[in-house]
Design a protein around this ligand. Structure first.
Ligand SMILES: [Zn+2]
Length: 391
């Protein structure tokens, strides 16, 4: 963006002043070629801020709100959004350049006559809508025939099931894990298998998986409409439910399923690399203070782990070199990593115990010293008194 600031028209300061928040958002998305027009008022697109594969960035042109499940982008602040997009593209992020881009987007001739009425939805209607979508998700999942998965039996009579089983087996999942996950066949050719998502036992929605490479490039997972990734922790957590005071955190649904298969009962998937405020709140409410971060072994995952440290005592899961996530691990690899992680936990526990003991010793020393001082002081006072009496 070299030299951009020289071309600035001073009118940029008033950018979009006659537009609603939604119209302004539409103009920015059109400017970057992220949406073709405003025909579709809400949707999901590949996030322009982070290296996204599945469309994680949702937008609503009636409310002007946007949110990415995979990164920090979210809210209504377009200045920040443009700054993040330019940053991601390796461009200058000087404030004045951002303002110039915003002005250009707002004055874009292509969107001169854009009109999107603002939608005002009452809280009551919103709740009703959410409930309706939740009921639809329940109807869909529970309405499907129960699938019983088995290692030894072929599913000749059900080619869809056989295909799904073969695919999952290739990815290292066994029948027992699929049964535990209560996976079912959807009979939808694009997304043939569905997994329900339970948050400490409560059904929160479902996710379908595609096996088709071409569809995978566009969208690997399909969540039910209305499902809130931000407020769901997939899995079991808390001492009451799992008998464990800590929890293992991973990114994806299938990472967690792998752990379930390997005998871990207290793993949760946060469905992204960055834990959300609501997820933090839920873990804290369940009494969780220590977490083991098994977020992906890449840059995003490491950022996510750093973020976890702001809220919990974090032990890093000991990944083997070259392995990106739990989902791709064989049992042997997982056991190796898990044993190493347990060693780390023991070392941390020992260190904490040592510190506690030192603290206790210091406290005892201080008490003893205090007592001694008091006794000495008392004697001195006594002496003074005696002296006084003598006088
Ligand atoms: Zn993003």
């Amino acid at each position: 963006m070299k030299g951009l600031t020289n071309k600035i028209d001073t009118s940029y300061v008033d950018y979009g002043k006659n537009n609603t928040d939604g119209e302004k958002l539409a103009k920015v998305l059109i400017y970057y070629g992220l949406i073709p027009d405003v025909y579709q008022k809400e949707g999901k697109i590949i996030c322009p801020v982070h290296a996204d594969i599945n469309p994680s960035f949702s937008y609503n042109l009636e409310t002007g709100l946007f949110n990415c499940f995979g990164c920090e982008a979210g809210g209504r602040d377009l200045f920040r959004l443009v700054k993040q997009i330019e940053n991601a593209r390796g461009n200058s992020t000087k404030d004045i350049d951002i303002q110039y881009i915003l002005a250009k987007a707002m004055n874009n001739k292509k969107c001169a006559n854009i009109k999107i009425p603002q939608r005002k939805v009452s809280y009551k209607v919103q709740i009703e809508e959410e409930k309706h979508l939740y009921d639809c998700a329940c109807d869909f999942y529970y309405g499907l025939k129960k699938s019983l998965w088995s290692e030894n039996k072929g599913f000749n009579a059900e080619p869809e099931k056989q295909e799904a089983y073969d695919y999952m087996k290739k990815r290292g999942f066994n029948a027992s894990a699929l049964n535990k996950a209560r996976a079912k066949i959807t009979y939808n050719q694009f997304y043939p298998i569905v997994f329900p998502m339970y948050d400490n036992g409560k059904f929160r929605g479902y996710v379908c998986r595609t096996f088709n490479k071409f569809i995978e490039q566009k969208r690997k997972y399909l969540y039910n409409k209305g499902f809130s990734r931000a407020s769901t922790l997939v899995g079991d957590y808390g001492y009451e439910r799992t008998g464990k005071k800590y929890v293992i955190i991973c990114e994806g649904y299938l990472d967690r399923l792998k752990m379930v298969q390997y005998g871990i009962n207290n793993a949760v998937a946060i469905l992204g690399w960055k834990i959300t405020d609501k997820q933090i709140e839920k873990l804290k409410k369940a009494g969780i203070k220590r977490v083991i971060s098994a977020l992906d072994n890449d840059e995003c995952g490491r950022n996510g782990t750093e973020y976890l440290r702001k809220h919990f005592e974090v032990v890093q899961f000991a990944f083997l070199r070259g392995i990106k996530d739990i989902g791709e691990m064989t049992k042997e690899q997982f056991n190796k990593c898990w044993n190493k992680t347990k060693e780390r936990i023991l070392a941390i526990n020992a260190e904490l115990k040592k510190r506690r003991e030192e603290k206790r010793k210091n406290k005892n020393k201080a008490i003893a010293k205090n007592k001694k001082n008091k006794t000495n002081g008392g004697l001195r006072n006594g002496t003074v008194k005696q002296n006084k009496r003598r006088c």
